[in-house]
Design a protein around this ligand. Structure first.
Ligand code: SR1
Ligand code: MG
Length: 400
């Protein structure tokens, strides 16, 4: 197959059989498509002893929207190559790539079906003690090794070219920084939220802060990001945390990935008011989410600093105090991007099931109002956050 064709289950199976090497020659294989994401086809192929692999194929358009939203197939190359790069420095928390074909936009991945998607688990009030530490390890390690601290300038520039990802970045640029802050056909919110949205869209200070975040997203190639670290991009169980789906990867501001992850924990936090009615259980889940946010920030800082102090190759960036000052900027960016994630997931195109899945209309609306409030305040106050304790205090003042 030298030209692109979109697979159905039979073609996906035939492709894997022709490749060989994944299953015994005489294995009886079964293949079905089960993708429910916004963009791609996802097939599971298994033999009758339950050996299995995942075949992911990009479509030339966004699956959720249809052919009216064309989308580059190159995102499959980007995704597979980000996984290979991130896996090379953080194997424990990166899904394994077993095969890639850029012409067919196909990637074959290890099957993580023994784990569960974080978002669904959090929605059921489940908690994962290693989550904050593991995500911090993934973010700090991948950010450090693919930044100017570690790469030579020539390596870095070559990688920036390899991971230029204009079409997918443009989706983020529109959905995070434009649509929610002005009337847009893509926005999606209930009528009852319209007064809040009108106020938000008239808030010039907010729009100025968002413009700064967008400018930083455009022009801060600090490190090779995952680009879409939400709770649907993370597989978990009690012992394991694995990141998947970095098709939005590019060289961008480190705080974007960190802020997106924390934003998703906060979306779940506000959603739990409408999900768990028993107060003690709700308190436990809230406490867990806040402590996971704190652990993520402190472990990220500690691990990035440790790598910077022991492995920085650039002479100027070794200067005493530089990494500390760099990390304050990363934290402030993260707080701002976290706010934009809360806002865009509440009134923009792509929502989260944490909030949308709340059955009671009034409780869902209350969660939406809270997400919008917390999101806006984080964006507005990000520049006053100088350390993770400032962030904790700010957050507590907003959610109590
Ligand atoms: C049309 S894509 C919408 C969203 O889904 C992806 O996972 C990204 O978060 C994107 O913003
Ligand atoms: Mg995705």
């Amino acid at each position: 197959m030298n030209e692109y064709i979109a697979f159905d289950s039979a073609k996906a199976l035939e492709y894997v059989q022709q490749l060989g090497g994944f299953f015994a020659d005489d294995a009886v294989l079964n293949c079905y498509e089960f993708g429910d994401g916004n963009l791609n086809l996802v097939f599971r192929i298994a033999d009758d002893s339950n050996n299995s692999i995942i075949l992911k194929q990009a479509l030339p358009y966004a699956r959720r929207v249809g052919e009216s939203w064309p989308l580059t197939l190159d995102r499959a190359r980007i995704e597979a190559n980000v996984l290979l790069k991130h896996g090379a420095v953080c194997e424990a928390h990166t899904v394994k790539v077993l095969h890639q074909n850029d012409t067919l936009a196909v990637t074959i991945l290890e099957d993580l079906g023994h784990l569960a998607i974080l978002r669904g688990e959090l929605n059921h009030g489940k908690t994962f003690p290693n989550l904050g530490r593991d995500v911090a390890t993934y973010l700090a390690t991948t950010a450090f090794y693919y930044s100017d601290f570690y790469l030579t300038p020539a390596e870095k520039k070559a990688l920036v070219m390899e991971f230029t990802n204009p079409e997918l970045c443009s989706i983020t640029e529109d959905l995070f920084f434009d649509d929610p802050y002005r009337p847009s056909e893509r926005n999606n919110y209930p009528k009852a939220l319209a007064p809040e949205v009108t106020k938000l869209q008239a808030n010039l200070a907010l729009k100025l802060a968002v413009a700064k975040l967008k400018a930083t997203f455009f022009s801060s190639p600090q490190a090779l990001l995952h680009g879409d670290v939400h709770s649907g991009s993370i597989f978990v169980d009690v012992n394991t945390t694995k990141l998947i789906d970095p098709e939005f990867g590019f060289f961008g501001p480190i705080g974007f990935d960190l802020g997106s992850f924390i934003g998703n924990l906060l979306l779940n936090f506000v959603a739990q008011n409408g999900r768990i009615s028993a107060l003690p259980k709700r308190r436990d889940v809230h406490t867990y989410l806040l402590s996971t946010i704190q652990t993520t920030l402190s472990d990220f800082e500690q691990q990035f600093k440790h790598l910077a102090h022991t492995k920085t190759r650039d002479l100027a960036l070794q200067t005493e105090g530089y990494v500390e000052s760099f990390l304050v900027d990363v934290l402030q960016d993260a707080v701002g991007y976290c706010g934009t994630e809360l806002v865009r997931r509440t009134i923009g195109l792509a929502h989260v099931s944490d909030i949308d899945g709340i059955e009671d209309d009034n409780k869902r609306l209350a969660a939406q109002v809270q997400a919008l409030f917390v999101g806006q305040q984080l964006i507005l106050n990000a520049s006053s956050v100088k350390n993770k304790d400032d962030f904790s205090q700010l957050l507590l003042s907003l959610i109590q």
